[in-house]
Design a protein around this ligand. Structure first.
Ligand code: 4UV
Length: 540
C-alpha cells in the first residue's frame, strides 16, 4: 500500500505565484516589513518595495521586445536582493524564469539559454562578458541583455532593469492572467536520473503547492524570524525554500552572494539570525572550522540541511561543539522541491531521517522490477502530489521515463520508510553526482572528456570525501593507444576539463586509468561495478 502523508490534506488555492505572495488576505505583517537585506551593503527591500518594483518592471517587460505570455527570461547572477523582484516581475508579465548558475562557462550558459528558448537575459556587471558571449551563441541580441545589482554606474550601454518601467495604465500593461496548472513559472535545469541537464517544467501551481506544503511543516518560522540566505536562488532549494518561502512567511532574509564560513558566522552573530537552510558541508564546517569558536551563534534556533546526505556523526559533532540543532529536509528540482521535512522536535529523535512526507503527497518504494516493497524494506522512492513537475521541456522520452501513467515521479533515490512515518534516503540508483549539493551530471563530463584527443573511453562517478562531507567527481579513463597513463596525463586532463566547466564540476576526485570501462551488452556504463572496483582498490 502506498504511504500517505501523515498530515491532513491542505487546500491549495487555484492561483498563480503572484496571487499567493501579493494578494493574500491572511498576511500578518505590514508592507514595511524588511524581507530581503543585502549582507554586504545597506541595500534592502521591504515587502511593499518588492511588490512595487516587481509591478514596475513587470509592466516595463510587457512593453519590451514584443514580450508574450510564456516568454522566458534567463537569470545569470549570484544571489542578489533584486532577484525576487525581477523573478516576480516576469510572472507579472506572464513569463517564465530560467535561472542559471553564475559560475557557468559560456558553453554551459549558452546551452541553457538555447534549450529554454530564452528571449532575454538578466545578469550583473561581473558576469556580463560571459553573458554576452553566451547570449550571442543562443541568438539573443545585445539589447536584450539587461542588468541588475548595484553597479548602475558601470552599466554603460546596458539597461538596468529598474529603468525599464511603464507607467501607462492601459490594458496592455495590466498583470497577465495565468492558468496556474498550465502556465510555467520556472524552467530549472536538472539531469534527472540520466543524461545531460534537462529543463524541468515547474508550473505556478507546483510552486504555490510547495510553499503551502512547507508552511504546514515549518510552523515555527514566522515574521519574527531572520533567515540567512547563502544557498543560491538559481537552485531550486534556495529558490523555493528560501526566496519564496521567506517572502510568504514575512521573515527577514539576509542575502549572501557567496558562502564563506567565517562571514556566515559573523552574520549569524551580528544579525541575530534565527534559522538557516543549509547543506551538509556547512554542518561539517560548523563541527570543525576554527573560526566558528570566535562567534556567538546562540540566536540560531534551528537549521535544516538538505540537497545531499547528512550523517549522524556530523549532526552530533556540530551539536556537541556549538549546541546547534540540525534537522533535515529532502526534495528534488522535479518536486518543486520539498517532499519531506523533519519537524523541529524530531531532529534528535530521528537523526539521519529526512523527515515525514509533506501534505497532499503519496509515496511508495519500488523494487528494480517495479513492484512495491513492504514498509521497512529498501526500494526506489516514487512519489506523487501537486508539487510534481510537468515534465522535461521538449523531451517526451525523458518525461516518460520519469513519470508513470498514474502520476508517480521516479526519484532515482533509494531508501525506506519506518513504522513511524520517517523516510530515510540511503542510496541513489541514478547517475547523478552531488558536489556540495550542486548537481554534477556524469554524462555531461563523459561527453566532454570523450572529445579529448588523448582519451579513448571514459566513465565518471562520484566518490564520497568525508573531509568535506560531499561527493566529488572522479573519472576512469582509458587512454588512446600510444598515450602513456601518467601523473602528468592526470593533471593535464583535470586542467583541460576545468577550463570547460563550472567550478563545481571539476574532477576533484582525480583521474584513474584503466584498460576498459565495464559496459552492459547495450553499451551502458556499469556504474555499480565501477564503484565496487573503486572501493576495492581503495580498501587495499
Ligand atoms: O534536483 P536537486 O539538485 O534538488 C535538491 C533539493 C534539495 C532540497 C529540497 C528541499 C528541502 O527541503 C531540502 O532540504 C533540500 O538538491 O537534487 C535532488 C537530489 O539531491 C539529493 C537526492 O539524490 C535528490 O534526488 N538529495 C536531496 N536532499 C537530500 C538528498 C537529503 N536530505 N539526503 C540525501 N540526498
Amino acid at each position: 500500500m502506498p504511504a500517505e502523508s501523515p498530515y491532513p490534506s491542505i487546500d491549495i488555492p487555484n492561483v498563480g505565484i503572484w496571487d499567493l505572495l501579493f494578494e493574500r488576505k491572511d498576511r500578518s505583517f505590514p508592507d514595511s516589513q524588511v524581507i530581503f537585506q543585502d549582507a554586504s551593503s545597506s541595500r534592502s527591500y521591504t515587502y511593499g518595495q518588492v511588490k512595487q518594483v516587481a509591478t514596475d518592471f513587470g509592466k516595463g517587460l510587457k512593453g519590451l521586445w514584443d514580450w508574450q505570455r510564456g516568454d522566458v527570461l534567463g537569470v545569470y547572477s549570484p544571489n542578489c536582493i533584486d532577484t525576487p523582484a525581477v523573478t516576480w516581475a516576469v510572472h507579472f508579465a506572464g513569463g517564465i524564469v530560467s535561472p542559471a548558475n553564475p559560475g557557468y562557462t559560456v558553453e554551459e550558459l549558452a546551452f541553457q539559454l538555447k534549450d529554454s528558448g530564452a528571449k532575454a537575459l538578466i545578469t550583473q556587471v561581473p558576469q556580463l562578458k560571459i553573458a554576452l558571449e553566451a547570449a550571442k551563441i543562443a541568438g539573443i541580441p545585445d539589447d536584450r541583455v539587461i542588468l541588475m545589482g548595484d553597479q548602475r554606474a558601470e552599466a554603460g550601454r546596458f539597461k538596468h532593469f529598474s529603468s525599464i518601467r511603464n507607467t501607462s495604465g492601459t490594458q496592455r500593461y495590466r498583470r497577465a492572467k495565468v492558468d496556474p496548472d498550465k502556465d510555467l513559472a520556472f524552467l530549472v535545469y536538472s539531469s534527472g536520473t540520466t543524461g545531460k541537464p534537462k529543463g524541468v517544467m515547474l508550473s505556478h501551481r507546483n510552486i504555490v503547492a510547495n510553499v503551502l506544503q512547507m508552511h504546514h511543516n515549518e510552523t515555527n518560522i514566522s515574521e519574527k524570524d531572520s533567515l540567512l540566505a547563502f544557498l543560491p536562488f538559481f537552485h531550486i532549494y534556495g529558490l523555493t525554500c528560501i526566496m519564496h518561502f521567506a517572502f510568504y512567511k514575512g521573515s527577514r532574509c539576509v542575502v549572501m552572494p557567496k558562502f564563506d564560513i567565517e562571514e556566515w558566522c559573523r552574520i549569524v552573530q551580528d544579525e541575530k539570525i534565527t534559522f538557516a537552510y543549509v547543506v551538509p558541508p556547512v554542518v561539517l564546517l560548523l563541527s570543525k572550522h576554527p573560526a566558528v569558536d570566535k562567534y556567538d551563534l546562540s540566536s540560531l534556533r534551528m537549521m535544516s540541511s538538505g540537497a545531499a546526505p547528512l550523517t549522524r556523526e556530523i549532526v552530533e559533532a556540530a551539536h556537541k561543539r556549538t549546541n546547534l540543532k540540525v534537522k533535515q529536509g529532502y526534495g528534488l528540482s522535479e518536486t518543486s522541491p520539498a517532499t519531506h521535512m523533519q519537524q523541529w522536535d524530531d531532529w534528535q529523535r530521528h537523526i539521519g531521517a529526512v523527515g515525514q512526507m509533506l501534505p497532499n503527497q503519496t509515496a511508495k518504494f519500488m523494487s528494480p522490477e517495479e513492484t512495491e516493497v513492504p514498509v521497512g524494506e529498501v526500494g526506489e522512492l516514487w512519489i506523487k502530489g501537486p508539487n510534481i513537475f510537468k515534465g522535461y521541456l521538449n523531451n517526451p522520452e525523458g518525461t516518460a521515463n520519469a513519470l508513470t501513467d498514474d502520476d508517480y515521479f521516479k526519484t532515482g533515490d533509494v531508501g525506506y520508510l519506518d513504522k513511524e512515518g520517517n523516510f530515510y534516503i540511503t542510496d541513489r540508483v541514478k547517475e547523478l553526482i552531488k558536489y556540495k549539493g550542486f548537481q554534477v551530471p556524469p554524462a555531461e563530463l563523459e561527453g566532454l572528456l570523450a572529445s579529448n584527443d588523448k582519451i579513448d573511453d571514459v566513465a565518471v562517478m562520484g566518490i564520497y570525501k568525508e573531509e568535506i562531507a560531499s561527493e566529488v567527481p572522479l573519472a576512469y579513463v582509458v587512454p588512446k593507444k600510444g598515450v602513456e597513463a601518467s601523473p602528468q596525463l592526470e593533471k593535464e586532463i583535470m586542467e583541460w576539463l576545468a577550463k570547460k566547466v563550472a567550478s563545481h564540476k571539476r574532477l576533484r576526485g582525480g583521474v584513474k586509468f584503466t584498460d576498459e570501462i565495464p559496459k552492459s551488452a547495450s553499451g551502458k556504463i556499469l556504474r555499480r561495478m565501477l564503484k565496487a572496483r573503486y572501493l576495492e582498490e581503495e580498501a587495499k
